[in-house]
Design a binder for this molecule. Structure first.
Ligand code: BT5
Length: 267
């Protein structure tokens, strides 16, 4: 696959914020870790860190994110929105709708979203999102939005325990789209939703997310560490948190956790 080239991205990008500075690497431990270090040393918002291969790509709760060389898009963006800390959960949904829109523009695939941070195609995970932030004195200092999209892996390339849960654009369409074209579509979409969020048009992001949510009004089980809860997924509140209707008819707000949609604990 053609290597990711910074100049090529720059020449096609029409954004004012996201991607104003681009750092492209061959190998890196984790683009999120790198971007966080940059942000802590004062890097302005919009900086994009992208790599061909991550040796220690991270998922939530320090889980491993498989990021083989040249087979996907692994990147992170530094953002410094002037918003309440509570609203930072919205960024996983914002990233999910942006990537989903980009995939549907560049391919003919239909994507589905799983709360809070997964993009699925035919029930399998194609993209994961990791939002990490630093706070200073009750204020959001910066936020790093990490996105991993599987592009050209074949089924046999995934580890056996991921093979039935993960997918790639190649597996679903039988061809590998141009990664730069897909990346540019994601970055354009991200900038447009980011502008909406900053100007208070949160409802538009939430509506777009809900339209694609695969478990809306469906029974789910939510795991939070050792705590487990069941109910009907009603939707999300204005902070992107889950609204769960439990069997006693009450409504519960859930800020984080892992959603399962059947008793066999599959996504
Ligand atoms: C996520 O975590 O889905 C967030 C993934 C974020 C990755 C990006 S890549 C660029 C940036 N830099 C980083 O270091 N990270 C971000 P979570 O919901 O915790 O899901 C992690 C789980 O997904 C793992 O435990 C595996 O089961 C599964 N998994 C790992 N690699 C995968 C892959 N390539 N495709 C699909 N599923 C995968």
């Amino acid at each position: 696959m053609t290597p990711i080239n910074r100049e090529e991205i720059q020449s096609q990008l029409r954004n004012q914020i996201i991607g104003q500075k681009i750092l492209a690497f061959g190998d890196i431990r984790s683009t999120n870790e790198y971007a966080k270090r940059l942000a802590r040393s004062g890097e302005p918002e919009g900086c994009l860190v992208i790599a061909e291969h991550q040796t220690r790509g991270k998922g939530r709760l320090n889980r491993f994110w498989y990021s083989p060389g040249g087979q996907g898009l692994w990147f992170s963006i530094i953002l410094r929105p002037d918003i309440e800390i509570k609203k930072s959960s919205l960024f996983a949904l914002l990233a999910a709708v942006s990537v989903s829109q980009a995939i549907e523009t560049v391919t003919t695939l239909k994507t589905e979203l799983k709360w809070p941070n997964d993009i699925l195609v035919h029930g399998k995970k194609m993209c994961g999102i990791l939002i990490e932030s630093d706070l200073t004195r009750e204020k959001l200092d910066f936020l790093v939005m990490g996105i991993g999209i599987n592009v050209s892996q074949k089924k046999k390339d995934f580890d056996h325990n991921l093979r039935n849960r993960a997918t790639s654009l190649f597996i679903e369409t039988k061809y590998s789209p141009n990664r730069i074209k897909l990346l540019i579509a994601v970055l354009h979409s991200l900038e447009s939703y980011y502008e909406k969020l900053k100007s208070g048009q949160v409802a538009e992001i939430l509506d777009s997310w809900l339209l694609k949510c695969r478990h809306r009004e469906k029974p789910i089980i939510i795991h939070q560490g050792h705590y487990e809860c069941e109910g009907i997924f009603e939707g999300v509140d204005e902070y992107g948190r889950m609204v769960l209707r439990t069997s006693d008819g009450n409504t519960q707000i859930v800020a984080s956790g892992e959603v399962f949609t059947d008793l066999n604990l599959t996504a």
